[in-house]
Design a binder for this molecule. Structure first.
Ligand SMILES: NC(=O)c1ccc[n+]([C@@H]2O[C@H](COP(=O)([O-])OP(=O)(O)OC[C@H]3O[C@@H](n4cnc5c(N)ncnc54)[C@H](OP(=O)(O)O)[C@@H]3O)[C@@H](O)[C@H]2O)c1
Length: 233
């Protein structure tokens, strides 16, 4: 499948894996809708993408804010979105008794509820058109338990359950779900959770983004796909 002139939404595009995917997908000819909270980073990324010849729209805001989420969903419909990339996420590394209820809500909402609502926002259009791709950035922690990542793993296991069950609903509609399950990547995810780590041995997010590009360009004969990549221990 060619990505030329396809409209793609990437959540969490300001940094990390989202930013790497935005750069590679734009280079492949796609038009992008980018979201994240940090307006300056989004605008800088957008300027580079537009200079490269693609169309790019940026919505800066917290996806947990309903008005931001609704604006993103409306734009997806207006642009007749081709590919939804559910990437924005947060990690929490705390023993259960130490996690505040607010933090539980934040992790579950961003990693699970918002991807469900965004998918719900485009699925009818995808079904009517009989085409569309959903890229879900999950995690190795969505498939195996990771110590002290209890809420994070709960959100990612839930996200995986959502995707696997949705596959049954969309059978025969020409819609593909691509699941991306990396191990630890060298991004700012752990800083954002106040758990800075030495990321030297972590996976370069560019390599994961290259895997996503490869899977998106597979022919329409290919159904759902999954990218599992853990780091060498
Ligand atoms: N890094 C890893 O080791 C690793 C491993 C497996 C899976 N993953 C998954 O990969 C995905 C991307 O993470 P990353 O490693 O690239 O982390 P990252 O560098 O921290 O990027 C996270 C992105 O999400 C955005 N974001 C965070 N909270 C948001 C909110 N409330 N509303 C809107 N946007 C928000 C951030 O932008 P702003 O701060 O500008 O809002 C940023 O663009 C996540 O789903 C994560 O679970 C990461």
């Amino acid at each position: 499948m060619t990505l030329k002139d396809k409209w793609i939404l990437i959540t969490g595009a300001s940094k990390g894996l989202g930013r790497e995917m935005a750069i590679l997908l734009a280079r492949a000819g796609a038009n992008l809708i980018l979201t994240a909270r940090t307006a300056e980073l989004l605008e800088e990324l957008k300027a580079g993408i537009v200079a490269g010849g693609s169309e790019c729209l940026a919505i800066a805001g917290d996806l947990r804010d309903n008005s931001v989420l609704e604006s993103v969903k409306s734009l997806c419909i207006e642009k007749e979105l081709d590919i939804l990339v559910n990437n924005a996420g947060v990690v929490d590394i705390t023993k259960l008794e130490g996690v505040s209820d607010e933090r539980v809500d934040e992790v579950i909402e961003l990693n699970l509820t918002i991807p469900i609502k965004l998918t719900k926002g485009v699925i009818e259009m995808f079904k009517k058109r009989k085409s569309g791709v959903i890229v879900n950035v999950n995690s190795a922690g969505g498939k195996k338990p990771v110590p002290d990542h209890t809420i994070y793993c709960a959100s990612k296991y839930g996200f995986n359950g959502f995707a696997e069950t949705l596959k049954l609903e969309i059978k025969g509609f020409g819609i593909r779900i691509i699941s991306v399950c990396p191990g630890k990547m060298a991004t700012e995810l752990f800083n954002a959770a106040d758990r800075p780590m030495d990321t030297k041995a972590f996976i370069d997010p560019r390599e994961v983004a290259e895997g996503v590009l490869y899977m998106l360009e597979m022919s329409s004969k290919c159904s759902h796909a999954e990218l599992n990549v853990d780091r060498m221990s």
